[in-house]
Write a protein that binds this ligand. Structure first.
Ligand SMILES: Nc1ncnc2c1ncn2[C@@H]1O[C@H](COP(=O)(O)OP(=O)(O)O)[C@@H](O)[C@H]1O
Ligand SMILES: [Mg+2]
Length: 199
């Protein structure tokens, strides 16, 4: 059975964020999740990653599926270089392959500088390469290409599609172009979270 959610609900305090959300994701390829700001897109990804428990409903994760994610914030180790950040999660990956992945998104793999000195867009690309380095079966991307210029977006999308061939990409995005670049054929639209009840 593919990745699927059934009647997922989640509230934070009085605030109901996800209310009875169901979806069956494709076995492979790419799937987009969209919806207005604050509607629970990141929360849903966190549930699919097992980082958050839903209040109700269930998420089915295909047995043995390796999951990786790129969140809106990059979560890199700031004092390490780009290559060292990647080697940390993929210690068996040959240095040459790490370099090839970094070069594929337009980064200089021989750069020894710590990623703290990188621009936001460069760190975002390092975070993408780090997720791809572990060869996940399912890759979750939370608005991955925000702030990248078009040429860089295309490089990132091409590498992601190539490396994820046979697997599933689940991407939170507002941007139809981003969804198209990643080859999304499936879309889950989340409704706006209800306004908080005022007592
Ligand atoms: N850990 C948390 N505690 C309290 N409120 C949260 C928490 N995580 C998310 N929220 C709230 O849930 C709503 C949905 O958040 P989020 O999933 O980040 O939305 P989106 O990614 O669609 O913009 C927001 O109102 C947010 O403030
Ligand atoms: Mg979000």
């Amino acid at each position: 059975m593919p990745l699927a959610i059934r009647e997922i609900s989640k509230s934070f305090g009085e605030k109901a964020v996800l209310r009875g959300v169901s979806h069956v994701f494709p076995e492979r390829g790419a799937s987009a999740i969209s919806g207005p700001s604050g509607c629970g897109k990141t929360t849903l990804l966190r549930i699919l990653l097992g980082l958050e428990e839903p209040d109700g409903g269930e998420a089915h994760i295909p047995k043995g599926a390796k999951r990786a994610a790129v969140f809106q914030e990059d979560r890199l180790i700031p004092h390490l270089s780009a290559a060292a950040n990647i080697a940390l999660v993929a210690p068996d990956l040959p240095a040459g392959e790490i370099a090839a992945l970094l070069e594929a998104v337009g980064l200089d793999a021989s750069e020894k500088q710590r990623v703290a000195k990188y621009s936001g867009g460069m760190r975002r690309r390092v975070a993408l390469v780090r997720a791809l380095a572990v060869r996940p079966d399912i890759l979750f991307l939370d608005e991955p290409f925000t702030g990248l210029d078009d040429a860089v977006k295309e490089k990132c999308a091409a590498l992601t599609r190539e490396r994820m061939r046979g697997g599933l990409i689940v991407v939170v995005t507002h941007d139809g172009d981003e969804a198209a670049l990643l080859g999304c054929t499936d879309m889950l639209r989340l409704p706006a979270a209800p306004k908080e009840e005022t007592p």
